[in-house]
Design a protein around this ligand. Structure first.
Ligand code: ZN
Ligand code: ZN
Length: 285
């Protein structure tokens, strides 16, 4: 049976953002093509069990969540603009994560079979809730980032470094500045200090491709840097335009194409970074 549950018009959440857990009036109707599995997943995990207000045509196209080409059906929900951006970002996050796994499988695994990549912070769908802790105090206890790389010798695994994933439409070569929220750089610094392990930052370039009425995401390139090099290339810290958040701005030359990451592994650059970290912890911003 296809998923065709509907939010009732007499529900207290009619004209309210489906993702906001507490009632937040939202009269904006958002449209997305989703496969049934993802429509159910979004309803349960992000939309507080509130089903769409409408299911429309089914076509063969790309699902707006899992990014797969299959039968996708138009769904409408009331969702506020802020939350809708979060929802649209899920597809991109799945593709970016896939890009790192694929890179590892295709380019690292054969030369370094003892290095094991595991995803620690897999993309999670979630409703909108207020955060308790301030970000800075969270950074002081945080111990995991997106990926952890361990070295396996005789079935014993030793953690070597973390990888934090950033994704966006920008190409490092064409950027004038690489932007990273201070919250995010503090998370990276906190984890490096707390675990005494260096952190590499991967930037995955994502592009939308259109198969109207659907659209999908592809990853086209990856660049990398490490947290020491990134911080050394910080040009400024500024308020983000129109927002309260602060962001750091970095020279894009901090990054190198991903094909040079193999050399970093060959010379065990992570061990040198670790030594630096043991000598002097990084400072939160
Ligand atoms: Zn799907
Ligand atoms: Zn919302």
């Amino acid at each position: 049976m296809p998923f065709r549950d509907l939010l009732r018009q007499d529900s207290e959440f009619w004209e309210a953002c489906a993702r906001h857990t507490n009632r937040q009036t939202a009269r904006t109707v958002q449209a997305i093509y989703l496969c049934d599995v993802c429509a159910i997943r979004l309803t349960r995990e992000a939309f507080n069990e509130r089903p769409p207000i409408y299911h429309g045509e089914s076509i063969t196209g790309f699902c707006g969540l899992c990014n797969e080409e299959k039968t996708a059906t138009l769904r409408l929900w009331f969702v506020c603009a802020f939350c809708w951006n979060v929802v649209l970002a899920y597809q991109k996050a799945f593709v970016a994560s896939r890009a790192v796994h694929d890179y590892w499988k295709d380019s690292v695994a054969s030369s370094f079979p003892q290095l094991k990549l595991s995803e620690k912070e897999a993309v999670r769908l979630s409703p909108y809730m207020r955060k308790g802790k301030t970000k800075k105090s969270a950074a002081e206890t945080l111990r995991e980032l997106d990926f952890l790389v361990e070295e396996e010798v005789r079935q014993q695994r030793t953690p070597l470094f973390h990888i934090e994933l950033k994704a966006g439409p920008g190409s490092i070569e064409e950027m004038t500045e690489f932007q990273l929220d201070i919250n995010d750089s503090n998370d990276i610094i906190g984890v490096a200090n707390n675990t005494k392990l260096p952190v590499y930052i991967f930037h995955v370039k994502l592009e939308h491709r259109y198969a109207p009425p659907t659209r999908y995401t592809v990853s086209t390139r990856i660049w990398w840097t490490d947290i020491f090099t990134l911080l050394k290339n910080r040009l400024a810290v500024r308020q983000r335009r129109g927002e309260e958040k602060q962001a750091g701005y970095y020279a894009p030359t901090a990054f190198r194409p991903i094909d040079q990451f193999i050399q970093e592994l060959e010379v065990r650059g992570h061990a040198q970074l670790r030594e630096r970290l043991m000598g002097q912890p990084l400072e939160l911003t």
